[in-house]
Design a protein around this ligand. Sequence first.
Ligand code: ZN
Length: 217
Amino acid sequence: MKALDLAKPGQRLSVLCLGAHSDDIEIGAGGMILQWIASGIELDIHWCVLSATGVRAHEAETSAAAFLAGASRTRITLAHFRDGFFPYQGSDIKPFLEDLRRGMNPDIVLTHRADDAHQDHREVSRLTWNTFRDHLVLEYEIPKWDGDLGRPNVYVPLQDGILERKIELLLAHFGTQRSKDWFDAETFRGLSRLRGMECRSVSRYAEAFFAKKVILG
Ligand SMILES: [Zn+2]
């Protein structure tokens, strides 16, 4: 199947990344972001974690800096909404996202999946669609105990070495997640292998996303 490029090496691509917690963007879209930078795309990226306090704020900051090394322009915003209670904070999260929209007009918005089993993830997704109504929005996936994985419709085959770099950074930066028995290299490699199989990735690995509306130029 012919692959559509969002940008070519040397071209600018502006991206807004939204994640509820400090490891979400990295797990869902870290490989695609590393690959954009490695391929020479001039990435202008605003990385926003909505619940990052204490040790998780430090993790979010150092991890984002590592994933974004080599990007043309980066901005990292760490907010302090209460972990686990996003559905009850919608009236505060909505104006926060509207402020972000007023500050930039991204080519792509990366957000959580609408059908994600985690209530914070679902709320971020709902308010993303509610706020960025005239944008290309790609929803990323997060494996979890609930077994909520779906059927994606957008694939990004990862080039050799990208997945290993993503896993290396995830394991290096998220000490608080090590108590979760799912947070390991095998989970990340296994899901990426399945997505790579589905899109016939040459490297065998891929990340997958969910798009509701795409306009072809
Ligand atoms: Zn999360």
